[in-house]
Design a binder for this molecule. Structure first.
Ligand SMILES: [Zn+2]
Length: 166
């Protein structure tokens, strides 16, 4: 069962419904809403001409399956396999003022990415000490910094990551 910290805050959900949050935050919230039975369902929004939150929220399997499901028009090539962590940018969310990635992390890898604002777990588990974030978990890293140096890391995990653009 997800903890209460695995959902967007009430104020962020309100901003989302009122169209006041950033595009990256909106994508993260919409993807969480597509996965979470506890949060009220919101109308889906088209991203890059398709229901991107719905596609992200579908269980596709591993990274390659997400790549084929999203298609080359939406997902860039996976790159950077250092430490068992790969990233692929979402083209459909480009130019929104934030960087949006899928993160594919092998078991035991540290997904300690710089500038991450929000994570939504799409597959597998993300662990922070004894806390387990399962599929659908929404993690606001500004509110709750994640991934302590020791004893933390993903367990074969794919996440949507919204990052500060550089
Ligand atoms: Zn929720």
């Amino acid at each position: 069962m997800m903890s209460s910290t695995s959902h967007p805050t009430a104020s962020l959900q309100l901003d989302y419904r009122n169209g006041l949050c950033s595009a990256g935050a909106a994508l993260a919230v919409a993807t969480h809403l597509a996965l979470c039975p506890e949060c009220a369902e919101a109308p889906s929004t088209a991203w890059g001409g398709r229901n991107l939150p719905g596609v992200l929220a579908t269980e596709h399997g591993g990274g390659e399956a997400y790549a084929s499901a999203l298609g080359p028009a939406i997902l860039e090539h996976w790159h950077g396999d250092g430490g068992g962590v790969r990233l692929a940018g979402l083209k459909g969310a480009a130019g929104i003022g934030e960087a949006v990635y899928l993160v594919d992390a092998a078991a035991g890898a540290s997904a300690d990415l710089p500038g991450v604002l929000f994570l939504v777990v799409l597959r597998g588990l993300l662990a922070d000490g004894s806390i387990r974030f399962a599929r659908g978990a929404f993690i606001d890293l500004a509110a709750a910094p994640l991934l302590e140096p020791e004893g933390a890391g993903p367990r074969g995990c794919i996440c949507l990551a919204i990052c500060e653009s550089v």
